[in-house]
Design a protein around this ligand. Structure first.
Ligand code: PLP
Length: 489
């Protein structure tokens, strides 16, 4: 059986996980508030969030669920549903591509949503526009297909990237641009990124793409790389999908050329709406490979000519999801009422508890029962924790088994590689040649992760377990995660 030990976590520059730890200055690590003030502030914040759980997320307790998969999707507050339904019930919204009153009502909803998103990202409308898309992946694809890749230019991606960013390489290769990856160190942070940026830059158009926060390890990559890359001549695409739900991204401070995100990751509702937030000047350097309804000033069939619209609407194919976009205002209102800072404090506090408790799990002989990938403390990371359970025989407990036990216990966590193969390969230490051979062998027989795993052998994990607390998660949910893990080894 398992013995609990008290883990001794490094908490430099982090948000505390308990009153005794104290709030610290992010850079210096020195305390910001006296311990009593901290305790009072924390208990007021805890009360506020506990109240939200009872009022806005009561369905979780009704269903007996512990929801710890916020990197997968945020949960909507019940009031968002009511506000959205109320608006739909009372309004007549038409297709926005027209001049009728009901069309204009939809256009107003969309334009207001653009303004709210720019405000949320501290971006001036003089500098940035919002192109609504179906999700972050579609936003990224707009760049992939419109960036002018050529043999004179280059694509540099961080090895830690969601597959929706990795997919850009197919367009780069088709355009003749070399594709390079920034490698990761043992903590799954970027290794010598400045050097790789310098070495990879080419005389033509260069694109650099990285996530502000990893959806695999929770690592926050340095946003300072944006200006470093700009100085070297790169255009920068920042994947902010996993960062913005619990962190303020200021585009005034970190002026990425393009930012991709999905709205459901921020406030749960609506799905089907994402955005490419683009610098006006950077947008003009893109070349759209086609046109569609809504994107053109005119099209002539007999003359085979067309003129794309300038700005964001030139990038919004077809009819925007106007009724879903109408759900953005209640979402932004809810986040503003709670406050991003409060969300961050809450989720980082739970992340600290989760890390602490996972690391306190040991086998009788003292060996750890959990292997965490990426940072094991709160330094420069977000609220995503990825790990494997290690059995008493020293082997990784298959992630599928942990996921099954969690599901049976009503605990919503996630298992697999989370669409992030670069971070997975680094975390699991795959030798490239063995992995290439096993991908090939497994694919021949009809690919499955089990076939791939059995080819790689027991030494290698081929997936992991991810827990990511959010606003509606509480300490009891973290305890339920730990109970599941305790029952797995
Ligand atoms: C960091 C990151 N980027 C991109 C995506 C893709 O988002 P979507 O599936 O909403 O397009 C995700 C989704 O999990 C993500 O976590």
């Amino acid at each position: 059986m398992v013995r609990r030990q008290t883990a001794n976590l490094l908490l430099v520059g982090s948000i505390p996980t308990g009153a005794s730890r104290g709030f610290h200055n992010f850079r210096t690590g020195s305390p910001l508030l006296a311990p009593t003030a901290i305790a009072q502030a924390k208990s007021a914040a805890d009360e506020f969030v506990a109240h939200l759980r009872d009022t806005e997320f009561a369905r979780l307790d009704r269903a007996g669920l512990a929801y710890v998969d916020y990197t997968g999707s945020a949960l909507y507050a019940e009031r968002q549903v009511r506000s959205h339904a109320d608006l739909l019930e009372k309004s007549v919204f038409g297709n926005p591509h027209s001049e009728s009153g009901s069309s204009q009502a939809s256009t107003t909803i969309i334009d207001n949503a653009r303004v709210m998103l720019l405000e949320f990202l501290d971006a001036s409308p003089d500098d940035y526009v919002v192109c609504f898309t179906a999700n972050a992946s579609a936003a990224i694809k707009l760049i992939a297909e419109s960036f002018q890749f050529s043999s004179e230019g280059s694509l540099l991606l961080s090895a830690d990237n969601h597959n929706s960013m990795n997919g850009i390489r197919e367009f780069a290769l088709r355009g003749g641009s070399p594709v390079r990856y920034l490698p990761l160190d043992d903590e799954l942070r970027l290794r010598e990124p400045e050097r790789f940026l310098r070495e990879a830059v080419a005389p033509g158009q260069n694109l650099f793409g990285f996530p502000a926060q990893s959806n695999f390890s929770g690592v926050k990559h340095p946003l300072g790389l944006i200006s470093t890359a700009h100085d070297l001549g790169y255009t920068v695409l920042l994947d902010a999908a996993a960062f913005v739900p619990a962190n303020q991204l200021s585009l005034s401070e970190w002026p990425a050329d393009f930012v991709a995100l999905s709205m459901y990751k921020i406030f749960g509702l609506p799905t089907g709406v994402g955005a490419l937030v683009a610098r006006r000047d950077s947008l003009t350097r893109l070349r759209r490979p086609w046109f569609a309804g809504g994107t053109v000033e005119y099209v002539s069939v007999q003359n085979r000519t067309h003129l794309l619209r300038a700005g964001e609407t030139g990038f919004e194919d077809g009819t925007p999801a106007f009724l879903n976009i109408a759900a953005l205002e209640p979402g932004f209102d809810f986040i503003a009422e709670v406050g991003l800072a409060r969300i961050n404090t809450h989720v980082m506090s739970l992340t600290g508890e989760l890390l602490d408790r996972l690391q306190s799990l040991h086998h009788d002989d003292g060996r750890p029962a959990v292997r965490i990938y990426g940072p094991s403390n709160l330094r420069a990371r977000g609220a995503t924790v990825v790990f494997n359970v290690i059995g008493s025989n020293g082997r990784v407990v298959p992630h599928q088994e942990v996921e099954r036990k969690a599901r049976d216990a009503g605990v919503v966590i996630r298992a697999g590689c989370f669409c992030n193969p670069g971070a997975s390969e680094a975390a699991f230490g795959f030798p490239a040649e063995a992995a290439a051979r096993c991908f090939g062998a497994a694919a021949e027989q009809g690919f499955s992760i089990e076939r791939f795993g059995s080819c790689m052998g027991e030494k290698f994990a081929v997936g992991a377990v991810r827990a990511s607390p959010g606003l509606a998660t509480n300490l009891r949910d973290i305890e339920r995660v730990i109970a599941v893990i305790n029952g797995c080894h």
